[in-house]
Design a protein around this ligand. Structure first.
Ligand SMILES: [Zn+2]
Length: 275
């Protein structure tokens, strides 16, 4: 009897869990009601479009350079403090001396990272053409190159300095090396976009995008749009003009799948006519 009761209790629990899962699924599937804002296309030719993307990227690129210059300025300060070339009464001995170069190095890292993030954003707004391999490589790796410039000289100066003791040297070199690696990893573009890739999808009649996103979608029921009410719609060229330079990967895969299905059925037609 007790066994039976136990069983039915377990069954009840299982049933409840199933119901909860079904309810959750239904809630997830519930279609969000979008509002649409139609956006007009401003450019017609590819040249005009590329001029527009350049203009979009320009502020990011200018700020990136300003921050990188500040970063290298901080590195110079760190070197001058570390080597006792510049001394304030506060920095003549520890802990003032350590604080002086360590803070300079920290600011160096902050400026490099923000600059590199802006540089990457600029490259996504206005990607480099892949056909020019050298330019494509330099443009997409400039953040990493700057990271090396922003820390490697300090490491060399710290290693070759004659006044600092061994312990200070080790701390300085390790700190700068970690900063270099962190800055390099943040600066590296793990998913670079090429101008060719951007232009390849620039001729879709109707796409959708959100105010904050960086991609545009071919389907307004794309899962990535489930949490956004306000959608903008227009041609893919318009989306690119508005800084959404990439087609959503999920939508791209779905479009490819649907195209494949169309090809499959046409293949079958060929087979039947042969028979
Ligand atoms: Zn999508």
């Amino acid at each position: 009897m007790a066994e039976k009761k136990k069983n039915s209790a377990a069954e009840d629990a299982a049933k409840k869990a199933l119901e909860a899962a079904a309810a959750k699924k239904a809630a997830g599937k519930k279609k969000i009601q979008h509002t649409y804002t139609q956006v007009g296309q401003e450019t017609t030719t590819t040249e005009e479009l590329l001029d527009a993307t350049k203009k979009n990227a320009l502020p990011c690129r200018i700020f990136a350079f300003v921050l990188w210059i500040l970063a290298i300025g901080c590195e110079v300060m760190a070197i001058l403090f570390f080597t006792h070339t510049v001394e304030f009464s506060f920095t003549t001995e520890n802990p003032g001396w350590t604080i002086s170069w360590a803070v300079s190095l920290g600011l160096d890292l902050v400026f490099v990272i923000i600059g590199s993030l802006l540089w990457k954003k600029g490259n996504h707004l206005d990607p480099a053409p892949k056909k020019n391999k050298a330019r494509f490589w330099i443009q997409n790796n400039l953040g990493v190159i700057i990271s090396v410039i922003a820390f490697a000289p300090f490491i060399i100066f710290a290693l070759t300095d004659k006044k600092a003791n061994k312990q200070s040297k080790i701390i300085a070199v390790v700190a700068a090396a970690i900063a270099l690696v962190v800055a390099g990893l943040v600066s590296y573009d793990w998913n670079p976009l090429s101008q060719e890739e951007m232009l390849e999808n620039a001729h879709i009649d109707t796409v959708y995008w959100t105010a904050s996103g960086t991609v545009y979608h071919a389907y307004d029921d794309c899962g990535h749009l489930n949490n956004t009410v306000e959608l903008f719609t227009g041609t893919s060229q318009t989306a690119i003009e508005n800084g959404k330079t990439r087609l959503c990967k999920t939508c791209e895969a779905r479009a490819a799948r649907e195209a494949e299905i169309t090809i499959d059925t046409s293949d079958k037609d060929v087979v039947t006519t042969k028979e």
